[in-house]
Design a protein around this ligand. Structure first.
Ligand code: HPA
Ligand code: ZN
Length: 335
C-alpha cells in the first residue's frame, strides 16, 4: 500500500504565518518582549476551537504579533520546510500576508528577506524548491491592496504571484478587479481564495474578473453544475485543504468532505494544509487522514499528487523531474 504521507508532492496552499506553532510563538514572544494574549500554551491551544473562518482569523492575526524581525521570519520558514521534508514535499508555494505586517509597522524587506532567506536555506538543506505568493487581505480596501502592490514592486523578482485571502463573505473578488489587472500587467500570476465560505459566484468572479490560474479552496463549486463543467473543461486547479475545512466548519467532518466527489467529477483537485499549526496537520497528514476517511484508492492519491506538480508554477524541466520522481515512487510501492 502507498504511504500517502511520504508520497512526493507539491504544497500549493500554505500560509507561512499559519505555520507558527505555539512553542515557537512563546519563544519569539520572549525574544521580542511581546506579551501574548494567551498566557500559556494550554490556554492558546484552547483558543483553537474555531467556529468559522473569522474566529480563526482573530487568533491567527493575534499570533503573528510575535513576528518582528527578519530572523523571526527566517526561523519560521525553515521550521516549516524542516517539518514537511519528512512528508514528501518537493516543492511549496508559500502565501504571505504583507498587510498584516506592514500595518504593525514592519518594513516590507523585514518579512520578505526573512521568508526568502529561509526558503533559500531550506532548498540547500532539504532540496525543496519554492515560490512566494503575496496575498491581499480582502477585508481591507482595494486602495490598501494597491498600495501593497506598489510596495512589493522593488521585490518583483522574488514574488511569483498575488492572491486574495482573509474574510471572504462580504468581500467578493470584483472588489479587487483593478488591483489584479495591474498585478497581471506587472507580470504576476494570480490566484484567489474563493468558495471556501463564500458562494460559487465568487469562484466565477475569480475566474472571469481576476483571471486566476488556480482557485484556493473552491470546495463550494460542487453546488453549481455549470461551474463544475467549466472548471473541469478548463482544468482549473483547486487547492483543497481538508483539515482546514473541518476545523473552520466548512464541512462537518472528513468523511463528509467533497474531495472524493470532486475527483469523481474530473476536477483537478490538490490536497494542502492551509494553516497547519492551527488546523492539526501538515500536508502529509492531510493526505493520510483524508485518504482514510474517504477511502481514497492509491490511484486517486497518485492523481492528487500528480495534480499538485502539474498545477504548480515551477518551470517545465523541474515539473517533468518531479513527475518522474512520483512515477518511480509509485512503481516502487507497487513492486
Ligand atoms: N482563508 C482565508 N484567509 C486565510 C486563510 C483561509 O483559510 N488562512 C489564512 N488566511
Ligand atoms: Zn488559505
Amino acid at each position: 500500500m502507498l504511504d500517502s504521507r511520504a508520497l512526493p508532492k507539491a504544497e500549493l496552499h500554505l500560509h507561512i504565518e499559519g505555520t507558527l506553532e505555539p512553542e515557537m510563538l512563546f519563544t519569539l514572544a520572549e525574544r521580542n518582549g511581546v506579551k501574548p494574549k494567551y498566557p500559556t500554551i494550554e490556554a492558546l491551544r484552547k483558543a483553537y476551537d474555531f467556529t468559522d473562518l473569522q474566529s480563526f482569523l482573530d487568533v491567527y492575526y493575534e499570533g503573528m504579533r510575535v513576528l518582528r524581525t527578519t530572523e523571526d521570519f527566517r526561523d519560521l520558514t525553515i521550521a516549516y520546510f524542516e517539518r514537511v521534508s519528512t512528508q514528501g514535499v518537493r516543492h511549496a508555494e508559500l502565501f504571505f500576508d504583507p498587510q498584516a505586517h506592514l500595518d504593525r509597522g514592519l518594513g516590507f524587506e523585514t518579512f520578505l528577506d526573512g521568508i526568502w532567506e529561509g526558503a533559500r536555506e531550506a532548498e540547500r538543506r532539504f532540496g525543496i524548491t519554492s515560490h512566494l505568493i503575496m496575498c491581499f487581505l480582502r477585508d481591507l480596501s482595494a486602495q490598501s491592496a494597491m498600495a501593497t502592490l506598489d510596495a512589493a514592486l522593488p521585490y518583483r523578482e522574488r514574488i511569483v504571484g498575488v492572491g486574495l485571502d482573509s474574510a471572504e463573505v462580504g468581500n467578493p473578488p470584483t472588489k479587487f478587479a483593478t488591483v489584479f489587472d495591474r498585478a497581471r500587467a506587472e507580470g504576476f500570476l494570480t490566484v484567489a481564495h474563493a468558495g471556501e465560505e463564500g458562494p460559487p459566484e465568487f469562484i466565477w468572479e475569480a475566474l472571469d474578473v481576476l483571471h486566476v490560474a488556480r482557485v484556493d479552496h473552491g470546495v463550494r463549486c460542487i453546488e453549481d453544475q455549470q461551474l463544475v463543467d467549466r472548471l473541469r473543461r478548463q482544468r482549473v486547479p483547486l487547492t483543497v485543504c481538508p483539515l482546514s475545512n473541518v476545523r473552520l466548519r466548512v464541512v462537518p467532518d472528513l468523511a463528509h468532505h467533497p474531495l472524493k466527489r470532486m475527483l469523481d467529477l474530473g476536477l483537478v483537485a490538490t490536497i494542502n494544509s492551509d494553516d497547519p499549526a492551527y488546523f492539526g496537520g501538515y500536508v502529509g497528514d492531510n493526505f493520510f487522514q483524508t485518504a482514510a476517511a474517504l477511502k481514497l484508492s492509491d490511484e486517486e492519491l497518485v492523481t492528487v499528487a500528480r495534480n499538485s506538480f502539474e498545477a504548480s508554477f515551477i518551470d517545465d524541466v523541474s515539473k517533468r523531474r518531479y513527475l518522474k520522481e512520483l512515477e518511480s515512487a509509485t512503481d516502487a510501492a507497487r513492486a
